[in-house]
Design a protein around this ligand. Structure first.
Ligand code: UDP
Ligand code: MG
Length: 326
């Protein structure tokens, strides 16, 4: 029986694995001796996997899930949660931006009876103004567009009880927004606050394109508002053109002059086509995601595991249940 699992998605983090392990080693044994640290190597191009393997050889409480290629942060989280066997599971970044010392506070909240304890950032140190501004904008935008309450200024760093993890493991969607989904699940939620330090070593893996994809996934998987926005724009445009036609008819009758305006005509046509194209592309985003779900490919492919109890995999458990029924 494991009390606490710590899941760490890792992509090109060779310089951070060892320091993170050392910091965790100073904390976890004081919380419980029945813990496991699961590193998920998300197709790193550097020596991350070797670093993790050497830890696995030294310490049986360290475990590895090695992906066959880079499947992305969300899938690394998903795999970790699938295979974690703790009564409580913590998800944290590998770059030491999520201080391990906070696990103690989270675990205390868990013992008080909370199911989801997320870490809320008080202030961000040494991050560029642009990064600060874009993430602020991202959270405000998300709050407006999504139908569920996603707290502002939180990352993925959080502790989940077995209840939450079991429910999370039932979710099968391919375009997933981990933060949002854990709140969607519900149960008793609270938070602890911390100052977010800069990365230990290495570079952020989130470039603007990845962040945009995350933002679009987040909005689309939680809300139909983007489709509705264009209903309203379309309605306004229709009303505008209706009144404009009436105006120009009256103008023609009253003055007898022909209605001039090639430029305005072209502008209106271009404007309308732009709006229609945007609308089609938003519908396309929903359709493409629907297609992705219909194909129902596995969420990730595993190259190998070390120390992982394969029986924890929810899919295997489901397959067993089905074969028992047959
Ligand atoms: N990560 C991952 N797969 C990816 C990108 C990132 O597993 O394709 C991991 C990364 O190793 C880190 C965490 O996700 O542990 C957060 O990434 P990062 O620090 O680059 O994001 P930021 O903190 O800048 O938002
Ligand atoms: Mg980081």
């Amino acid at each position: 029986m494991i009390d606490l699992s710590v899941v760490i998605p890792s992509y090109n983090e060779e310089g951070n694995i060892e320091p993170l392990y050392n910091r965790l080693n100073n904390i976890l044994p004081f919380i419980t001796d029945k813990y496991e640290i699961i590193f998920v190597n998300d197709g790193s191009k550097d020596n991350t996997v070797d670093k993790i393997e050497s830890l696995c050889n030294r310490d049986s409480q360290v475990k590895l899930i090695d992906f066959s290629r880079n499947f992305g942060h969300e899938m690394a989280n998903t795999a970790g949660l699938n295979y974690a066997s703790g009564s409580a599971v913590v998800i944290m970044d590998a770059d030491l931006q999520d201080p391990p010392e906070l696990i103690k506070d989270m675990y205390c909240k868990y013992l008080e009876g909370y199911d989801l304890v997320y870490a809320k950032r008080k202030k961000r140190q040494k991050e560029t103004l642009i990064k600060k501004a874009t993430s602020k904008l991202f959270y405000r935008f998300l709050r407006y567009f999504s139908n569920i309450e996603i707290p502002l200024d939180t990352g993925d760093y959080r502790l989940m009880s077995r209840n939450v993890v079991n429910e999370f493991n039932k979710l099968k969607e391919h375009n997933r927004f981990f933060r949002g989904l854990t709140h969607w699940i519900g149960f008793k939620v609270t938070y602890v606050e911390f100052d977010r330090p800069p990365r230990n070593t290495g570079e952020t893996n989130y470039n603007l394109t990845k962040l945009m994809k995350l933002a679009i996934d987040a909005v689309i998987s939680f809300s139909y508002k983007p489709l509705k926005v264009f209903n309203i724009i379309g309605l306004f445009m229709a009303l505008f053109s209706f009144f404009s036609i009436i105006y120009w008819i009256i103008f023609k009758i009253a003055t007898g002059k022909p209605v001039a305006g090639w430029t305005s005509l072209i502008t209106i046509i271009l404007f309308c086509s732009g709006v229609i194209m945007m609308q089609i592309s938003i519908i396309g985003e929903y359709t493409a995601r629907t297609y992705e779900e219909v194909k129902n490919r596995p969420l990730f492919v595993i190259n190998k595991t070390i120390g992982i109890n394969e029986g924890n995999d929810i899919k295997e458990k489901e397959a067993e249940n089905v074969s028992e029924k047959i």
